[in-house]
Design a protein around this ligand. Structure first.
Ligand SMILES: [Zn+2]
Length: 291
């Protein structure tokens, strides 16, 4: 028996996924070799996402319904190129908050135990964590100053400047991350989530000059994928390049024997590889390089 991170009751805790299970299941299914690797440990094939004992069964159940709606209405259609118009209700804010909150909660514990955070910045995070927790428990109906945003990464048409060193399609479309990001320069903070190209940002504290056009998740609304018409300018955007850089570095760390295993896997089933999203992303990166 331990204290549940959400409701605070002393109950038996379950091992919760930080990033929902359906993301990893689909990532594995769509991998060209059927395997997944983590950027931090590129030589190890992983089975499942990061799991932590943090929630009781009751709270796990609170999250599961909206996870299923998100998976069926957004995640799976997006990854099978069938997402056109999404009409959403409260479930979207709830889902995003539930994932961001899990990341934020664990990051606060990390920041405190490593003592590598400014006390004012920590206060901002703790205040946001409380608002999100109360919202998730139904104790409040709004998120106050906290904003959830969602946008979708699509094939890049053209880029300004030399980005040939970055494999953005592969890095963003092929990875899953969630963490708290603090910008010291702009005095702002966020939870940044990338679910294989579905980019979700929870703004905990906004910078003075940020642009978020047509990305805010309200009580209800519509996303039209044919005319997305969104534009974003925010310090958190630098994280996309940080992500591409991490991937590049982790690729360089893959050992020769692991590389051979990957190539063997592809040779065994070349059809699977040629049809995979991973192959499409490599082609998109190549196209940008040539331009
Ligand atoms: Zn609970």
């Amino acid at each position: 028996m331990s204290k549940c991170a959400l409701c605070g009751e002393e109950r038996e805790l379950e091992k919760s996924h930080i990033i929902p299970k359906f993301v990893f299941r689909s990532m594995k299914k769509n991998s060209p070799t059927g395997n997944m690797r983590m950027a931090s440990q590129p030589n190890r094939v992983i089975q499942d996402g990061d799991k932590q004992a943090m929630l009781c069964g009751v709270c796990e159940d609170r999250f599961s319904q909206n996870e299923t709606i998100f998976a069926n209405k957004v995640y799976h259609p997006y990854h099978s190129d069938n997402l056109q118009v999404v009409e959403y209700g409260l479930w979207l804010n709830y889902f995003i908050t539930s994932v961001s909150w899990r990341s934020l909660y664990l990051d606060i514990i990390g920041f405190v135990s490593e003592q590598n955070i400014d006390i004012k910045e920590l206060d901002t995070l703790i205040e946001a964590e409380q608002i999100m927790r109360e919202f998730l428990l139904g104790k409040r109906i709004d998120l106050g100053h906290i904003e959830n945003h969602i946008f979708f990464f699509g094939p890049i048409k053209e880029v300004a400047g030399d980005t040939s060193e970055f494999e953005l399609h592969t890095a963003i479309g092929g990875s899953v991350v969630g963490y708290t990001y603090i910008s010291h320069d702009f005095d702002s903070s966020y939870v940044f989530l990338n679910l294989q190209g579905i980019l979700i940002v929870t703004i905990l504290k906004k910078a003075v000059e940020e642009v978020w056009k047509n990305t805010l998740v309200g009580e209800n609304g519509t996303f039209n994928m044919e005319k997305p018409n969104h534009s974003v300018s925010s310090p958190v955007f630098n994280e996309l390049f940080a992500l591409a850089n991490d991937l590049k570095e982790s690729r360089q760390k893959i050992s020769e024997s692991q590389k051979e295993k990957i190539v063997e896997g592809i040779k065994k089933n070349p059809e699977r590889f040629l049809k995979s999203k991973a192959y499409q992303r490599l082609k998109d990166d190549e196209r940008i390089r040539k331009n």
